[in-house]
Design a protein around this ligand. Structure first.
Ligand code: THU
Length: 128
């Protein structure tokens, strides 16, 4: 199954009663394992978490820390770009060339990369 289809499936479980905007994300690691996440909103709005954050948390909980590929999907008119915070979160676990597939429920996809989404990322080298 394509990674975007995993993202599409997990999106069904999103808890988005406030925005009504369901998002799904799926990560493949070098081992071939797939980890999925959906957005989970909270009545205290800032406490909500994005789909990408959920997928990253699932990956880490399984003891994996290296994203080989990531896909994000939503019912948006154009392929959904990850929010700024999620770009930073993804960059923590992915090298610059890692492909990021952005999709719509209608079936449009766009493939970009971590470095295209977050050029000049702040990373641990800046803390040396
Ligand atoms: N959202 C994500 O899950 N990922 C993104 O990259 C963009 C935004 C969620 C957060 C919130 O639950 C809803 O979409 C509307 O912003």
């Amino acid at each position: 199954m394509d990674l975007i289809e995993h993202a599409r499936a997990v999106r069904e479980n999103a808890h988005a009663p406030y925005s009504k905007f369901k998002v799904g994300a799926a990560i493949k690691t070098a081992s071939g394992a797939v980890f999925s996440g959906c957005n989970v909103e909270n009545v205290a709005y800032p406490e909500g978490t994005c789909a990408e954050a959920g997928a990253i948390a699932a990956m880490c909980a399984a003891g994996e820390y290296e994203i080989a590929e990531i896909a994000v999907i939503a019912d948006s008119p154009t392929p959904i770009p990850p929010c700024g915070g999620c770009r930073q979160k993804i960059a923590e676990f992915a090298n610059a060339a890692v492909p990021v597939t952005l999709g719509t429920i209608a079936g449009e996809t766009q493939v970009t990369s971590v470095s295209a989404l977050l050029p000049g990322a702040f990373d641990a080298s800046h803390m040396a």
